[in-house]
Design a protein around this ligand. Structure first.
Ligand SMILES: [Zn+2]
Length: 314
């Protein structure tokens, strides 16, 4: 019994060992096989990786050359835009040169125009006439026109004025009558000879005092054709009573807007007070005088001369 039990035990141990070895071998075999499959997979993955790497490298190379191209392109663009900028600033410089040249041309032609206009403007029209400066007996305004008869105190005797102030006078007469002021013109242009006979006539009437009353021929503003004596149909004569009339107040207030000024105000040192005697000096100068409360004879001839060129400007 003892020996059998031992044998059985040994056989059992051998069997157990064999079974163990067998299953280990099986396991080992299985693992081996699996490893082989894994190895294959790894191989193919490695291959794919290789392909991807190559692809990536190619792509990177492409990118690099593209970047290079882009860089070159950018460089070219920079050069181009620099050129463009240069061209642009050249154009700007040229443009400003053109502008300044045309400005100069304009200035020159403006100056020429001004000089031409000045040379064509009658210098006598803004001269102060006094006992020391008088008009030539041959002086006649460049162009005279007849006054509208409705403006005249005595419509039967035609009167003339310098053509240049005609539109200003028309505007003033219209403006006055539109506000109910009935201005009439008693005298306008007078030639040297007419002035002389007027003076003679006054002399006969008033004696030697006529010199004060009517300017001696040669320095009457009437010879210029730009001077008018106003009255009203009610007053009918040239009288200092005119300054009591609404017409005189209207002239004081408005005549400057049409270029007319009172030549001989009360207390002046040139002639006796003549509220009826108004001279055209242009809107610019008349406006200045009105604004500053001055009279034509208060200014120096030099100051006055600045307004000559624009005397007939509206
Ligand atoms: Zn007068």
């Amino acid at each position: 019994m003892g020996i059998n039990k031992k044998r059985i035990g040994i056989v059992a141990v051998i069997l157990v060992v064999c079974a163990g070895l067998g299953s280990a071998g099986y396991l080992f075999f299985n693992m081996y096989e699996e490893n082989g499959l894994l190895g294959n997979e790894i191989d193919s993955l490695e291959q794919s990786l290789g392909i991807t790497k190559t692809y990536l490298e190619n792509t990177r190379r492409d990118n690099t050359s593209l970047t290079e191209l882009l860089g070159n392109e950018r460089g070219t663009n920079e050069i181009l835009s620099k050129n463009l900028e240069d061209q642009f600033s050249k154009n700007v410089a040229l443009e400003s040169q053109v502008v300044s040249i045309s400005g100069m041309v304009q200035d020159i032609s403006g100056t020429v125009g001004t000089l031409q206009k000045l040379s064509q403007t009658d210098k006598e029209l803004l001269k102060k006439y006094s006992k020391v400066y008088f008009l030539s007996e041959n002086y006649i305004p460049s162009r005279l026109v007849f006054l509208e008869r409705t403006y005249l105190l005595d419509a039967s005797v035609p009167k003339q004025i310098h053509a240049g102030l005609e539109p200003f006078l028309q505007d003033m007469m219209r403006s006055a009558s539109s506000t109910g002021i009935d201005l009439k013109i008693a005298s306008a242009y007078r030639s040297f000879d007419e002035q002389m006979s007027v003076k003679t006539g006054y002399k006969m009437l008033y004696g030697s005092g006529a010199n004060q009353f009517s300017a001696d021929q040669g320095y009457s503003e009437h010879q210029l054709g730009t001077t008018l004596d106003f009255t009203t149909p009610k007053l009918k004569i040239l009288s200092t009573q005119f300054d009591k009339d609404a017409a005189y107040a209207w002239l004081l207030e408005n005549a400057y807007r049409f270029g007319f000024v009172l030549s001989y105000p009360k207390g002046n040192s040139y002639y006796q007070y003549e509220p009826w005697h108004w001279r055209f000096v242009g809107v610019g100068l008349a406006t200045k005088l009105h604004g500053e409360g001055k009279y034509f004879y208060d200014l120096t001839q030099r100051e006055i001369d600045n307004y000559l060129i624009s005397i007939f400007d509206r």
